[in-house]
Design a binder for this molecule. Structure first.
Ligand code: A2P
Ligand code: MG
Length: 367
């Protein structure tokens, strides 16, 4: 696995450990999803509760955070952690017991007795000093509840710089072309295709270390199919062939703004996919552009972009904000002063930034 590919790399042990732990956490999350979620969004009462901001939090978020932070803490006791969840979301003893049962099956290092402590390791303030692991235990919770795509996203910051990125995508097949179907997630204009991705049977994990390239391997139990392969963005600049990936949820990213942007560029295929799986899709060449435009005033969290940025950059792509500025993960738990996320295969970045700027300027004038 990561071993042979990164032999001698100074963060080899960290990356190998992260890929192993995220892979187990991905299998666990997929099993929890299979058990409790269905396409009609009926979710078992015991698994869902509302946080203060009313976003759904499931046993999966909490169990994944406990598993990953608990194991990393044992391996790297000096390291700090920034992660999305807190143990205040563990409602009662019954829920804690359910989380412990999952951990017993998927942890190889016995973190099961310290569920709440493990979850709360993730409350660090972040910043520009030292080694900080950054985790989104279930990115794309809405996709998780719809029984669609979601992602377990883990990055390592060293002195504020994102050095490692791992994306566990339990429902995204490792096959180079994930099966796409027409989707009504947004309304395109005539001639535009609006697509989404069908759940694969194996799932995959993307991983990258700064300066060492980006890789993907299947989450299948069949060893011969689980060999890692290096991945690259595509070299496309032809809009008639290009695919733009975006959030399924219009509340997370304006479909109207992204629609205007792709029409300037001449792109006619839109792909609605939840979570940082979108960074993975660009990294292996299945989409050329990922645009994200939350409502003005929304401040991005570092765990929603750190891992995806390392993977895509190492695959040859680019990630900036709408003005072309690099994302800076060293300011704490948030990404301040970032309006919009623009990720591309690199080749299309200048043209996409120009279209983005044009649409945003019009939006301000009309708005
Ligand atoms: N109002 C919002 N605007 C933009 N992004 C949001 C909003 N609410 C939640 N998110 C975040 O968007 C990300 C998912 O994006 P996508 O829709 O592309 O899958 C999640 O990390 C989610 O945060 P959270 O992780 O707290 O659910
Ligand atoms: Mg998230």
């Amino acid at each position: 696995m990561a071993r042979s590919l990164l032999a001698g790399h100074r963060l080899q042990h960290e990356l190998e450990s992260a890929v192993d732990i995220v892979s187990r956490a991905s299998r666990m999350a997929r099993e929890i999803q299979k058990r409790y979620c269905d396409a009609t969004q009926t979710v078992g009462d015991a698994t869902t509760l509302a946080k203060a901001d009313a976003s759904p939090v499931t046993i999966a978020d909490l169990a994944v955070q406990a598993l990953i932070l608990g194991e990393l803490h044992m391996l790297f006791p000096e390291d700090r952690f920034v992660a999305e969840e807190t143990s205040s979301s563990v409602q009662d003893e019954r829920m804690e017991g359910a989380i412990r049962t999952w951990l017993t099956q998927y942890s190889t290092r016995g973190v099961d007795e310290r569920v709440r402590d493990s979850i709360d390791l993730g409350s660090d303030a972040g910043g520009c000093r030292g080694r900080i692991w950054v985790l989104d235990p279930v990115d794309g919770t809405k996709g998780f509840l719809r029984n669609q795509q979601f992602c377990i996203a883990l990055a390592l910051l060293v002195d504020g710089l994102a050095e490692l990125g791992v994306l566990g995508c339990p429902n995204l097949s490792a096959a180079q072309e994930a099966e796409r179907i027409a989707s009504g997630y947004t309304e395109g204009i005539e001639g535009e295709k609006c697509l989404t991705i069908v759940n694969g049977t194996d799932g995959c994990v993307f991983f990258a270390a700064r300066g060492a390239g980006a890789y993907m391997q299947s989450l299948t139990d069949r060893r011969e199919q689980a060999l890692p392969q290096q991945i690259h963005v595509n070299a496309n600049t032809d809009p008639s062939w290009a695919v733009m990936a975006e959030s399924v949820e219009s509340g997370h990213s304006s479909h109207s703004l992204t629609g205007k942007m792709i029409r300037i560029l001449g792109i006619r295929q839109r792909l609605g996919v939840d979570s940082q799986c979108k960074y993975g899709l660009l990294s292996r060449g299945e989409a050329c552009v990922f645009l994200r435009f939350p409502r003005p005033g929304y401040v991005e969290n570092i765990w929603d972009h750190a891992a995806g940025t390392v993977v895509l950059t190492e695959a040859g792509g680019r990630v900036t904000d709408a003005l072309g500025g690099e994302l800076d993960f060293s300011h704490g738990r948030k990404l301040p002063n970032v309006r919009g996320i623009v990720a591309t295969n690199g080749h299309m970045h200048p043209a996409v930034l120009a279209a983005v700027k044009h649409v945003l300027a019009e939006d301000v004038t009309s708005g």
